[in-house]
Design a protein around this ligand. Structure first.
Ligand SMILES: [Cu+2]
Length: 149
């Protein structure tokens, strides 16, 4: 009887003291982590200010007019340009299509056909109206007109 009481007391003492040594200490904090400076890129005072890249002054009216040579049509079909404007016909689509650009009055004429992916250009120096066709697709209505003013 007495031995049992002592054993019970010892057991309760051991339970109350043992196994709880680590819970009392707070989680360690590294003070250095809180003091790490945040590195940012600050431009040096002596650095020259960013220079504006020289760019050509935008012109209100482009001196180049592009016309797309599409499946069976020119896009845009009709354009009005200023004297001196260069018109560039650019072929698009598959290489199986053949096109050319032929002025009705004979004032300009591209290679026939234009190499697929290639382009043809002509500068219009005289005012007037210049209807033109694609000789391969004239039956499909593949015509256009340049109005030079
Ligand atoms: Cu054509």
């Amino acid at each position: 009887m007495r031995r049992r009481l002592i054993a019970a007391l010892l057991a309760s003492v051991a339970a109350s003291c043992g196994g709880s040594t680590t819970a009392a200490s707070p989680t360690p904090t590294n003070p250095d982590l809180l003091l790490v400076p945040v590195l940012t890129r600050v431009p040096l005072p002596s650095a020259p200010p960013p220079t504006a890249t020289p760019s050509p002054t935008p012109t209100t009216q482009s001196a180049v007019q592009t016309i797309t040579v599409n499946v069976t049509f020119f896009d845009p079909k009709e354009v009005t340009i200023a004297v001196g404007t260069k018109v560039v016909w650019v072929t698009v689509g598959s290489g199986e299509q053949t096109h050319d650009v032929v002025a009705v009055d004979g004032s300009f004429r591209s290679a026939s056909p234009i190499t697929p992916g290639a382009m043809f250009s002509y500068a219009f120096e005289k005012p007037g109206e210049y209807p033109y066709v694609c000789s391969f697709h004239i039956r499909e209505g593949m015509t256009g007109k340049i109005i030079v003013k």
